[in-house]
Write a protein that binds this ligand. Structure first.
Ligand code: MN
Length: 498
């Protein structure tokens, strides 16, 4: 859907990925009716759009990433207490505690100034943001959906505001969306921010993509048709197959690493193939390679070895017609949903699973359980208290950080660690060399010992020296992560010290 289109509540409802019973649809409609009335007469900054378009788009974004009744309702109401005479109390009275609580959470998040003039304020606010995140993950999802629409309509704000908001988006919201594995929102926010922060390079890169893709589109289209035919002939049920291009910001990052030489970027153009089962992915890979020669060293099996954020897919680069390189990505529908909707996809699948259970009275084997580790963790964190059947899937309280520590690098990158992790664990998480060369550490600017137990939200700075080449054997006594342990052991062994 093109950005800035005026939408209605029907567009939101059409995009809900659950089957909403009449009662629930009516609930969402009543929230919409209240929001519409409350915002009546208010305009967006463009001056022409009614304000209600903003909550509607926020709700639409939420529906698209797979959220259900309560989160969508809260999305529709999220600016009501802040910008209209209707109070939070009234919302609670009409829609219940849980929704009022989420709306309040979003309002509070909105008041946090994420980027101050001083580094400290910025980081402090980041922490608050994460603390807020710790109360209910859905609040963060609403905030991301809200930010996406604000970014889509950013051209209506004065340039200094555009810069501030784009920077905040790039530095705070993009990493959060990434951490939650919501690819769809992450890339949209990233490209939109890039457009404002570095418009020269954004438009140059965008032109490059358009030209490259434009020139080769007819070959890609032809390959898509041929591959589909071939796969079908071999008995594979192709759920979807389409040509794609790399996103603008990630392409630009890659170009920078390759002397801006587009010919060195092999995954600019690609084809994605969606198949039903994991076994089909490997069969498909074989069939693709039979038809097109693969590029040596470019086959990546993220199904057997998922990326740290849980991403699963097979990637291979092939020689297409007219000597073009193409990256073919092969994955199941479930893997694709998880890559696009991340944390939110969990709700879709638990909903489906429960439905299957109800229908077939089969136990837990209705849907294969090879879920991503973090999805499994999330399942444990799910709040089942006081949920009726349909909302069970939606409820997600955050004991999210139970056994989890989020620390920050001085540049604001978030490092995810287990409880009681130390600066050495942190250092190895950042980079093997940072670990090996560590001699000291600071937390929030103050010196700490290397066996210090990192607290949630601390900014950890690792002091390193060129002179140090070996990790210390003593570190093995207190490190918590297997990554740090194995790296230290590996190094000591190589040097004959272990
Ligand atoms: Mn808003």
């Amino acid at each position: 859907m093109p950005i800035e289109e005026n939408i209605t509540i029907e567009d939101v409802l059409k995009n809900v990925k659950f089957n909403l019973e009449f009662k629930k649809e009516a609930f969402i409609r009543s929230a919409y009716a209240l929001a519409e009335k409350a915002h009546l007469g208010q305009k967006r900054k463009s001056g022409k759009d009614d304000y209600i378009q903003h909550p509607l788009h926020t709700a639409l974004n939420l529906a698209r990433i797979g959220l259900g009744l309560k989160t969508i309702t809260a999305g529709l109401l999220h600016d009501v207490p802040e910008d209209t005479p209707v109070t939070l109390k009234e919302l609670e009275h009409k829609f219940g505690k849980e929704i009022a609580y989420m709306v309040d959470g979003v309002t509070k998040l909105g008041k946090i100034k994420l980027r101050g003039t001083k580094e400290d304020i910025y980081l402090e606010n980041l922490r608050k943001m994460f603390l807020a995140m710790a109360s209910d993950i859905r609040v963060v999802l609403i905030k991301l959906a809200d930010r996406l629409h604000n970014m889509e309509t950013l051209q209506h704000l004065p340039p200094d505001k555009q810069q501030r908001i784009a920077l905040e988006t790039m530095e705070v919201f993009v990493p959060i969306a990434n951490r939650l594995g919501i690819g769809e929102i992450k890339v949209s926010l990233e490209d939109l921010s890039f457009k404002y922060l570095d418009s020269k390079n954004f438009f140059a890169t965008e032109r490059l993509v358009t030209t490259e893709y434009g020139q080769r589109k007819k070959f890609i289209d032809k390959m898509v048709i041929e591959l589909r035919k071939e796969l079908t002939k071999e008995g594979i049920d192709v759920l979807n197959i389409f040509g794609r291009t790399k996103h603008i910001h990630s392409l630009y990052q890659k170009l920078k690493r390759h002397d801006m030489d587009i010919n060195k970027v092999y995954d600019l153009l690609g084809i994605r193939i969606i198949v039903p089962e994991m076994a089909n992915c490997y069969e498909t890979l074989g069939i693709v390679h039979k038809k097109y020669r693969p590029l040596v060293g470019r086959i990546k099996d993220y199904i057997s070895l998922p990326k740290p954020n849980g991403y699963q897919s097979i990637h291979t680069t092939i020689f297409g017609p007219e000597r073009i390189f193409l990256e073919v990505q092969i994955r199941t529908k479930k893997m694709d949903d998880e890559a696009e909707y991340g944390i939110a996809s969990h709700w879709i699948y638990s909903e489906k699973k429960r439905k299957m259970k109800n229908f077939f009275l089969k136990s837990k084997h209705a849907v294969p359980d090879e879920e991503l580790t973090w999805v499994k963790q999330l399942r444990e964190w799910q709040n089942e208290l006081g949920k009726d059947d349909a909302e069970f899937a939606e409820g997600l309280k955050i004991d999210f950080f139970k056994n989890h520590i989020f620390a920050f690098t001085p540049l604001g990158d978030i490092i995810d660690l287990p409880e009681d992790a130390t600066p050495i664990d942190f250092a190895y998480q950042v980079h093997g060399e940072v670990g090996n060369r560590a001699i000291g550490a600071k937390a929030n600017g103050k010196m700490i010992t290397l066996d210090h137990k990192i607290q949630n939200g601390e900014v950890i700075e690792i002091l390193t020296t060129r002179d140090r080449k070996n990790p210390s054997r003593d570190w093995l006594k207190f490190v918590r992560t297997s990554l740090a342990k194995s790296q230290i052991r590996k190094y000591l062994k190589k040097e004959g010290l272990l």
